[in-house]
Design a protein around this ligand. Structure first.
Ligand SMILES: Nc1c(C(=O)O)ncn1[C@@H]1O[C@H](COP(=O)(O)O)[C@@H](O)[C@H]1O
Length: 151
């Protein structure tokens, strides 16, 4: 994530990955404030054994796109809700990538943070049958938890 202030949103990604039993690391890396850290992180990600990168950032959210430019791993972008523009700036700056360098863009805020974890897990589950089973169980539990009555 681009800042420690994004953790309030991105903790939902981490919590969902924990619930699914997906190993992960959490780091603060900013394309703007720590460009060398971003370069080192993105350029070494695949060699370090990472499989998917989830990048959350707000405002002028260049982090996901710049990460995607330096790794061939799938990059999922979470637009963190900004104060001034309610995350529309984050969304548009993540989703409008030039052709050739894709970022899989999720929804603004908490829902996007949760869904990034679920989508990342689904990618990993293509080659991990135990994770695929856990993901299906998670989905079934969610379905079971939806009430039929509103109150
Ligand atoms: N969008 C980016 C990038 C980046 O894209 O590299 N680095 C920090 N930020 C964002 O700035 C916002 C405000 O950060 P502060 O709360 O630290 O001022 C955060 O949402 C962060 O993701």
């Amino acid at each position: 994530m681009g800042s420690t202030s994004d953790w309030e949103t991105m903790r939902h990604t981490a919590a969902t990955l924990d619930a699914l039993g997906v190993a992960h690391e959490t780091k603060v890396v900013s394309a703007h404030r720590t460009p060398q850290r971003l370069y080192d992180y993105a350029a070494s990600a695949a060699d370090r054994g990472l499989k998917v990168v989830i990048a959350g950032a707000g405002g002028a959210a260049h982090l996901p796109g710049m990460t995607a430019s330096m790794t061939h791993l799938p990059v999922l972008g979470v637009p963190v809700e900004s104060h001034a523009l309610k995350g529309m700036d984050s969304l548009l700056s993540i989703v409008q990538m030039p052709g050739g360098i894709p970022v899989g863009t999720l929804a603004i805020g908490k829902a996007g943070a949760i869904n990034a974890a679920l989508l990342g897990a689904a990618i990993l589950a293509l080659s991990d049958t135990a994770l695929s089973q856990r993901l299906q169980e998670w989905r079934a539990a969610q379905t079971d938890g939806v009430a039929t009555d509103p109150a």
